[in-house]
Design a protein around this ligand. Structure first.
Ligand code: ADP
Length: 532
């Protein structure tokens, strides 16, 4: 039985913010201050006389040796304990025990002071978890992360601003050597494993240090923009740029620099880099494939038009032979009529020129070559495409109607590909009208410029139009309603038109007549106009 707490002692212990209670060696509580009441939720009347271990469901938080053994050996113990409060909540306390002894030195009781550390522990735990998460992200992501120390640049930048430079952007454009110097003084202090794989040779240590060696000249302004944006208190700078690996290979990458206030204050910038080289290679392969496909489609449409082509060439050839015979006859007369010979020869030259034009057109369509974007006059392309398909249209009794804008800005496109689009649309329209046996076969070609500068081209036919259930599928590869169709014409048209920033849309006419209406839009070049 511990010596009872004196009144004076009790008054002092009441002043404590920590819980203080005294129990005997059997566990029975003899003193319980009001801080214990607030911490554990048991009022003093209930606590005193009760068994502390049962009431508080005491459990050590750490797995070290039994607190009682240590207490008996040393006379005191300190550690963390889980307790359960009167309302059933578990709390974690940091407790100090001191052993009270009688005059003969026998242990008679324990005085405990304790305070609640549940919330501190929880915060600590959360911090640990979030640190773990970020470390995990930093290490495990398939992106490269660098932590850069730019304190070496801070001093130089301060001096630069103090020297009166205000327009940093222009200054950096004029002084790339200053950016180089800044790069030399920006250091990688940490990076993740992916960075070592992407930029290094497997040795992390080798990669630390100046970032200078990772920066090709072409990307100097990326660094300059980071400086400008961080000074303007912008949160980040994101752009596609090029960086170099440690052994000099250049990578195209998505580069993100983050300027959080806390990091900037510490002289630190975080950088994330995603390698785009594979995507760039894949995009290139796709472009090559699209060019191939467009070429195959052109050849196939030339095949469809072979009768027309033969006709276009045969006609001037026949004329040439007729004029040559006539010329000969005029020449072989007893009195040669040189005037008539001249007329015949000139006609021969004209027709030879016509044949040559047709062959050139076919050659340009048939040739396999990479796309080449130049300034193109759309009205000219429309007229050329009509010439190309003229015989095909006549054969199918289709009447072309031209309604072209008197002036149009030029567009940037590959001439042959654009011709391919229009030819394809004209052939589709002619085939639709012919196969539906449309009584009137009108094919209108319109061009105009909208107020916002966009150029619109319409191809309108008087065929059967498109069945509603097909509207959604027209641009799907291999969708066709023709017995010998390939179903690649429209998807190729779309990829060509979208490739130059335009759009293509196929719908039914809305002017009360049946037929299809194709709308192409093109962004016009601002300062270039083509007169009709
Ligand atoms: P294909 O000509 O080989 O069928 P396309 O991709 O050029 O391939 O056309 C796909 C389908 O779109 C055609 O089979 C046809 O059903 C429809 N289509 C295209 N143009 C027209 C049109 N002017 N009128 C009606 N249907 C059309």
């Amino acid at each position: 039985m511990p010596r009872p707490i004196t009144r004076a002692e009790a008054e002092v212990l009441e002043l404590f913010h920590d819980s203080v209670f005294v129990r005997d060696m059997g566990g029975t509580i003899h003193f319980w201050n009001s801080a214990s009441e607030s911490l554990y939720g048991w009022p003093s009347q209930q606590a005193v006389g009760n068994d502390a271990v049962t009431m508080l469901k005491c459990e050590p938080a750490q797995n070290d040796e039994d607190p009682y053994t240590r207490l008996l050996a040393d006379g005191q113990w300190q550690g963390e304990l889980y307790r359960t409060t009167g309302s059933g909540n578990r709390c974690l306390v940091n407790a100090r025990w001191s052993l009270r002894r009688d005059a003969a030195g026998n242990p008679i009781g324990i005085l405990e002071t304790a305070h609640d550390i549940s919330s501190t522990k929880e915060t600590e735990q959360r911090l640990k978890e979030s640190e773990y998460r970020y470390r995990n992200l930093f290490q495990a992501m398939a992106a490269s992360f660098w932590e850069l120390d730019f304190t070496g640049v801070g001093v130089r930048l301060k001096a630069l601003l103090e020297s009166g430079v205000t327009d940093l952007e222009s200054y950096f454009l004029e002084h790339p050597e200053v950016i180089r110097e800044y790069l030399r003084n920006t250091r990688i202090v940490d990076l993740n494993d992916h960075s070592v794989r992407l930029f290094g040779r497997g040795d992390r240590e080798e990669m630390l240090g100046s970032v200078d060696r990772y920066w090709p000249d072409a990307s100097l302004q990326t660094y300059a923009r980071c400086v400008v944006k961080s000074l303007a208190k912008q949160p980040n700078n994101i752009e596609v740029t090029r960086l170099k690996t440690i052994d000099g290979r250049e990578l195209e990458c998505l580069f993100t620099a983050c300027f959080s206030k806390e990091n900037i204050a510490k002289g630190i910038i975080l950088i994330g880099i995603i390698d785009l080289s594979e995507q760039v290679a894949a995009r290139h392969a796709l472009e090559v494939m699209q060019t191939e496909l467009a070429h195959v489609a052109r050849i196939s449409s030339l095949g469809e038009m072979s009768a027309s082509i033969a006709h276009e060439i045969n006609q001037p050839l026949a004329a040439i032979s007729t004029y040559a015979e006539a010329g000969l006859r005029w020449l072989l007369r007893p009195e040669p009529d040189l005037k008539e010979v001249e007329i015949a020869l000139r006609r021969i030259v004209d027709d030879a020129q016509r044949t040559d034009d047709v062959i050139k057109r076919i050659r340009s369509m048939a040739l396999r070559r990479p796309a080449e974007e130049v300034e193109v006059a759309l009205n000219d392309v429309i007229r050329e495409s009509l010439q190309f398909t003229r015989h095909e249209l006549t054969r199918n009794a289709v009447e072309p109607v031209l309604n072209l804008a008197p002036t149009l800005p030029m567009v940037r496109a590959d001439r042959v590909l654009l011709q391919q689009v229009i030819v394809n649309l004209l052939m589709n329209a002619a085939q639709a009208m012919a196969s539906a046996n449309s009584p009137t076969r009108e094919l209108t070609l319109q061009s105009r410029q909208l107020r916002n500068g966009t150029i619109e081209v319409h191809v309108i036919d008087s065929g059967p139009g498109i069945a509603p259930e097909h509207l959604e599928k027209l641009f799907e590869s291999f969708f066709t309603t023709k017995p010998t169709g390939m179903g690649m014409g429209l998807p190729i048209c779309r990829s060509i038109i979208e490739g130059i920033g335009g759009t293509i849309c196929l719908a039914n006419r809305e002017d009360g007549r049946t037929g299809a209406r194709i709308t192409l839009t093109f962004p016009g070049l601002p300062a270039s106009t083509q007169a009709v």
